[in-house]
Design a protein around this ligand. Structure first.
Ligand SMILES: [Zn+2]
Length: 248
């Protein structure tokens, strides 16, 4: 009996330790930071360009994995969100590196043509997938495109996302200009907002959009060749916490 009892205590301890390790699994290569939420912290790990990892509880959420990411130390994703069809957002080989057998991939219909196992969610839809509330919101160009009459991002094709984790609403813009739908966002706690020409918007346009919906925290991302200091300067004097991080 005694041996059995101590074995039970031992196996409980191992289980608890494994759970603690799973919660704290972080990458050695990338730095993470935490944002307090109800039921625990949300961990944010900027990786590269549009690729990031969010963690809450035992859930690992990957966004837009590409070949620029180093997957060796990353915990496997439970959920992978893809925003659009371009190679800086959708990459079959990278999805395969980050996923495990139970990973759920969430994407707009245009992405699911290639990433055929993806669960489709389109602009305006809200679903709970893998235990996470996910809302797909518009991302598109109003003006900019490769030639007159064409846009880099057609309305309705790609998704921005709003995730709710521990009561916090996290907005991931995807590739977009400062469309009216962004300015009308409500109750966003954490926002990831793109800025780069010619594909999305300028730092100033992004700052103006952010001023309109007033997230508590904003991370400029998808900002290659863009002066994010200019974005931060444009938001000086507001209560918005601007977080410049090393995405490149
Ligand atoms: Zn992009």
């Amino acid at each position: 009996m005694r041996a059995k009892g101590s074995l039970f205590v031992y196996s409980m301890a191992v289980t608890l330790m494994a759970a603690a390790l799973a919660q704290q699994a972080r990458s050695a290569k990338y730095s993470s930071e935490t944002i307090p939420a109800s039921g625990g912290d949300i961990s944010v790990t900027p990786i590269n360009h549009a690729m990031m990892m969010l963690q809450f509880g035992d859930k690992v959420i990957g966004v837009d994995p590409t070949g620029q990411g180093d997957y060796t130390d990353l915990p496997k994703a439970d959920l992978i969100l893809i925003t659009d069809i371009h190679p800086d957002h959708m990459d079959r080989a990278s999805i395969d590196k980050w996923k495990k057998s139970s990973t759920v991939i969430v994407a707009p219909a245009a992405v699911a043509k290639t990433i055929t196992e993806a669960q489709v969610i389109n602009n305006g839809e809200k679903k709970t997938i893998a235990g996470v509330e996910i809302e797909a919101v518009p991302m598109y160009n109003m003006e900019r495109g490769p030639e007159p009459g064409k846009k880099f991002h057609d309305k309705g094709r790609g998704n921005g996302y709003i995730l709710t984790l521990g009561g916090k609403r996290i907005y991931i813009s995807g590739d977009t200009e400062a469309i009216p739908e962004i300015k009308a966002l409500k109750n966003i706690d954490v926002a990831f907002v793109c800025m780069n020409l010619p594909y999305t918007m300028t730092a100033q346009e992004a700052a103006d959009a952010v001023k309109a919906f007033k997230p508590k925290i904003v991370y400029p991302y998808h900002s290659r060749n863009t002066n994010t200091e200019e974005f931060a300067a444009a938001l000086k004097g507001t209560s918005i916490d601007v977080r410049l991080r090393n995405w490149y």
